[in-house]
Structures are given as structure tokens and as C-alpha cells.
Design a protein around this ligand. Structure first.
Ligand code: AHR
Length: 366
């Protein structure tokens, strides 16, 4: 995928930098012996992540080419646009759709939205029917990277495509040619940030269940990559089971129930999103264990339910992945129409929520 080499280099650079930082950083989380979740052990000296601070956002990508060969967009006051959403089964997706609607409404654009209901086949059908309606521009939140072919079809129909939040296979759909740009968070960095949080919470001694997002989706691929790469720094952090739970609360709970039975020594969960983490928390409770004490949970998104779980001490931390794409999506479309240079990747800046700040952001969360 595009920027893979750059990303790997950035993760490596961040980890190296954290090795330096860790020497002068102190973090709470436990005295000395078992897991830090139990508050009884000093951080494993062999795990630099266990005493590192949140590394924050990655450096903005350098030398990103601008979109030059994608279908053009005439300059107009208002547009007839379409948005292919991949699902509406969690608060994150609903917030993203709502943000697109609100911004389109504010700017006077006519917006058609389709919901693929978490089905790749349906999303392909949806996009084909949107192409047939010939919108001025097409926004797509692709369910998996395999949506690349239908993105190429849209370009062939001379419709400028803007990818939102997830990427497609760039060996098939060329950035700046078959689509204008992808606006997204850095999912690899999110995985790294989650790993640092989990290392800090467990003192670097963790038997981890990883609940993965939808197989083939760019967040599932990259969040796994960032996390797995980072914990290689810590000999005491091991993934004992890793399974797809499709980014949903129900599957998070169901998968966690099963994995807890086969791995009773689990003391940590890394969930690729908040919904699966909240499902896992229910499963942990149902197994008679205490989330945040017996089993530390870390996830990604920053939803309202997650911030509430953080403030209750059930979720240790959540790395933000902001779903409110409307303003950036329409601003980028406008700039493209005006002939301004649009980089083929635009990376969001995201926050980090833990006990120190979760409560204050509950009100504004989705
Ligand atoms: O692509 C972003 C991910 O997709 C969010 O983390 C998740 O909640 C959503 O379904």
C-alpha cells in the first residue's frame, strides 16, 4: 500500500525516539512483580514502552504527490455529490455520516448517501448505481481495500472520487489518477499508540487478546501492523490470541467470551475499535473478572461510550480516530475544483484519551 515504507520508517523512528525519551519519563501503573493492572509490579526494564509517554501523532508525510491525473471538477457554487458509506452499525459510522450530511447542508450541496450495511458486495452495487447517477463528485468510505476496482470504474466514468477514512489497494486504484485523495487517520500510528498505552498499563507484562477489525479493511491491517511491530520491543508482551470481530460490539463480546475460556491467563485486550472493546468488557465481567484490574483494555476511536468506560476505569485508554470528516471532505473538494494542489493523502491529527482527560470530552463525543 502507498506510504508503507515511509510508515515503517516512521514507526521505527518513533520507537527509537521513545527509547531516548523513556530514560526521563516516569509513569504510574504499578509497583513490582505481577501485572501493573494489579498495581503490584515495577515496569519491566526490558520493555522501554512501559515507561514511555503517548508518542502522539506521526509526522506529516513528506513529499506526497498532488492529484494531477484524476477526473476534473468544474468550479461551481454548489454540487450534486454522493457518499457511499460502508455501514451504519456503530456510533463512529453514524457520526461520520452525520458530519457529511451537516456540512453538505451548510454549504448547500445536494448529497445522496448509500449504506452498504457492512457488506462488500452491497457497497460495490451501491457505488455502481451512484456512478450511473453521474454525481459531480463521489465520496467513498471503503469497507475493505478490495474496493479498488470499483474506484477505477468511477474514474473511468469521469467522476472525481475522494476516499474517506479507509484506503483501497493502490496497486489497482492509483492515487491522484483513479481517485483524488484519501483523507484518513494514521492507523499504523494508532496501533503504536495503543501498544504504548497497554505497555504502560501492564508494566510490559501482558498476555494479550487482539480483537481485529474487519478482515481486509485498512484500519484492521494497519492497526495490527503498528501494534505488533511496537510490542516486539517488549519480551513480556505476547499476543495469545488474535481474531476478527468485525468492528462490532456484539462480535467483540462473543469472540472475547470464547477466547477467555481458551486463554484464562489473559490480562490484556487490544481492540481495534471502541465498540469491540466495550463488547470485550462485557465478556470480561461475565467471566467474573474485573476490567481495568484483572484485564486491562485499550482501544481506538474515542466514542462517548468509550470515554465513559475510561472514566469508570473499565477501559484504560482510547486513541482517537476522529469520524467527523464533513468539513475536511468538502473543503478538499472545493480546493480541488479551484485548481489548488491537493496531496493524494491527507492525514488527520488525533488525540489520546485516558483517565487524565476522558471525562472532559464526554459531552462533545458521539
Ligand atoms: O475506519 C475507521 C474504523 O471504522 C473505526 O475505528 C471503526 O469504529 C469504524 O467502523
Amino acid at each position: 500500500m502507498q506510504l508503507n515504507k515511509t510508515r515503517r520508517a516512521l514507526v521505527a523512528a518513533t520507537l527509537t525516539m521513545m527509547g531516548v525519551l523513556s530514560a526521563c519519563t516516569t509513569v504510574g501503573g504499578g509497583g513490582g512483580g505481577e501485572t501493573a493492572a494489579e498495581g503490584t509490579k515495577a515496569p519491566d526494564p526490558a520493555c522501554k514502552l512501559a515507561t514511555a509517554q503517548d508518542p502522539g501523532n506521526s509526522a506529516p508525510p513528506q513529499n506526497v504527490p498532488v492529484a494531477e491525473n484524476a477526473p476534473k471538477l468544474a468550479k461551481k457554487d454548489t454540487y450534486r455529490v454522493a457518499f457511499s458509506q460502508n455501514a451504519s452499525n456503530n456510533p463512529w459510522r453514524l457520526a461520520e455520516t452525520e458530519s457529511m450530511k451537516a456540512e453538505a447542508g451548510k454549504l448547500g450541496h445536494q448529497l445522496t448517501i448509500t449504506d452498504a450495511q457492512n457488506s462488500q458486495a452491497k457497497q460495490i452495487q451501491d457505488i455502481r448505481s451512484l456512478i450511473a447517477q453521474k454525481p459531480d463528485a463521489l465520496f467513498i468510505a471503503p469497507i475493505t481495500e478490495q474496493l479498488a476496482n470499483v474506484v477505477v470504474d468511477a474514474a473511468k466514468a469521469d467522476i472525481p472520487v475522494f476516499l474517506l477514512d479507509r484506503a483501497v489497494d493502490t496497486n489497482i486504484a492509483k492515487p491522484g489518477e483513479h481517485y483524488v485523495t484519501v483523507i484518513r487517520s494514521d492507523f499504523v500510528q494508532e496501533g503504536l499508540r495503543a501498544a504504548v498505552a497497554l505497555a504502560r498499563a501492564t508494566g510490559g507484562r501482558a498476555n494479550i487478546v487482539e480483537l481485529e477489525g474487519t478482515t481486509g479493511s485498512s484500519p484492521a491491517i494497519d492497526r495490527k501492523k503498528g501494534f505488533d511491530e511496537a510490542i516486539k520491543q517488549c519480551p513480556g508482551m505476547k499476543i495469545v490470541a488474535s481474531q476478527d470481530a468485525d468492528f462490532t460490539r456484539a462480535k467483540g463480546q462473543q469472540v472475547m467470551e470464547t477466547l477467555l475460556q481458551s486463554n484464562p491467563d489473559v490480562n490484556a485486550v487490544y481492540a481495534h475499535n471502541d465498540e469491540m472493546a466495550i463488547g470485550a468488557i462485557s465478556a470480561i465481567k461475565a467471566a467474573g473478572k474485573t476490567p481495568g484490574k484483572d484485564v486491562v483494555v485499550v482501544s481506538i476511536d474515542g466514542s462517548r461510550d468509550a470515554l465513559q468506560a475510561v472514566s469508570r476505569g473499565e477501559l484504560y485508554a482510547t486513541v482517537e480516530c476522529n469520524p467527523r470528516f464533513g468539513p475536511a471532505a468538502f473543503k478538499t473538494m472545493q480546493e480541488y475544483a479551484e485548481g489548488k494542489p491537493v496531496p493524494t493523502v491527507l492525514v488527520n491529527q488525533d488525540r489520546f484519551f485516558d483517565q487524565s482527560n476522558a471525562k472532559q470530552f464526554i459531552e462533545e463525543a458521539y
